[in-house]
Design a protein. Structure first.
Length: 123
């Protein structure tokens, strides 16, 4: 990730519950100031001094938000995550509804997929 220091852990977790898939990405970067959190999903918005921050156009989170919303989901940020003032980190959470399988999906499924098995036979 652009905002995490090299060689630091980035935690990725996914949980499916009640027809919703939630993915959480947590880093140990500089975090997102509270006053900026409502604006970071706007187009061309960049946090901090443009000369001191990572290169970019301010469109990545805007497009992520639009894509997730187009799927009927939501995206949010929580920061700080860690008690370390030098690296408070951020957690981005994506919530996307999971579509139910249709008869057409099951007809097109590969071997084993229709009954919940792996999409290919064991080798």
């Amino acid at each position: 990730m652009q905002y995490s220091p090299p060689a630091t852990a980035i935690d990725i977790a996914a949980v499916a519950d009640a027809g919703v898939l939630e993915c959480r990405i947590t880093d140990r970067g500089p975090g997102v100031p509270l006053q900026e959190q409502a604006r970071i999903f706007q187009s061309f918005h960049r946090v901090g001094d443009d000369e001191a921050t990572v290169r970019g156009s301010g469109l990545g989170l805007y497009f992520a938000d639009r894509l997730v919303r187009a799927q009927g989901g939501s995206i949010s940020v929580l920061s700080p995550v860690w008690p370390d003032a030098a690296a408070p980190g951020s957690r981005f959470s994506l919530r996307i509804p999971v579509a139910a399988a249709t008869p057409d999906d099951l007809a097109m499924a590969g071997p084993g997929e229709a009954d919940g098995g792996p999409p290919w036979p064991d080798c």
